[in-house]
Design a protein around this ligand. Structure first.
Ligand code: ZN
Length: 189
């Protein structure tokens, strides 16, 4: 390792004259410029591509936008008609119980509980793979270089979206510029 030179903070990119201090951002891993640039390019190249896809909502005659991300993501992932998924989710919602902790039922338009998504997807033969574990931090981000190929229905914080071979299908780019954490995904066996 060179003694002299300029290092860049791995996290925020700010310059550092001394290797042994902590960066003002709190991070303490520094890289030489060449390595920093190499990683930056790799980071950019690994980002997901975005494709607008409403899952067939508009075509099915629905107006406006709502909190239908689960319905949309399932319709895109499975190739089922939007209305069919919409109705199936509402049917499953009707069978849910209201408890002290769970004050509402799953609804295609406003939000679907995780257990209900799982019940529906597993019923269609899809397998759940968790990618986030308590106390281990985020291991998989919404990026094509961190996700397997194929069709994946992703579970994100307060959102669901489908990725098809490295392309994100949603009504907006929800990848947070390649930094959003993936909690887990459904894939067809
Ligand atoms: Zn920093």
């Amino acid at each position: 390792m060179k003694r002299k030179g300029t290092w860049l903070c791995e996290k925020c990119g700010s310059k550092q004259e001394e290797m042994f201090k902590s960066c003002s951002c709190g991070h303490h891993v520094f890289l030489e410029k060449e390595e920093f640039e190499k990683r930056k390019i790799a980071f950019e190249e690994g980002k997901i591509e975005f494709q607008f896809n409403d899952g067939g909502r508009k075509e099915a005659g629905f107006k406006g936008t709502t909190g239908d991300c689960v319905t949309r993501a399932i319709a895109i992932a499975t190739g089922k008609p939007y209305k069919e998924v919409y109705d199936a989710i509402n049917e499953l919602g009707k069978r849910e119980y209201i408890t002290k902790k769970k004050k509402s039922k799953s609804n295609s338009r406003t939000g679907v509980y995780k257990q209900t998504i799982r019940r529906y997807m597993e019923g269609l033969g899809w397998k759940w793979t968790p990618t986030m574990f308590i106390g281990s931090g985020c291991k998989v981000h919404l990026r094509k270089d961190e996700l397997p190929s194929g069709v994946l229905l992703l579970s994100l914080s307060k959102h669901s979206a489908t990725v098809i071979n490295g392309v994100l299908h949603d009504i907006y780019d929800c990848s947070r510029n390649g930094t959003r954490c993936v909690y887990g995904y459904f894939s067809k066996e």
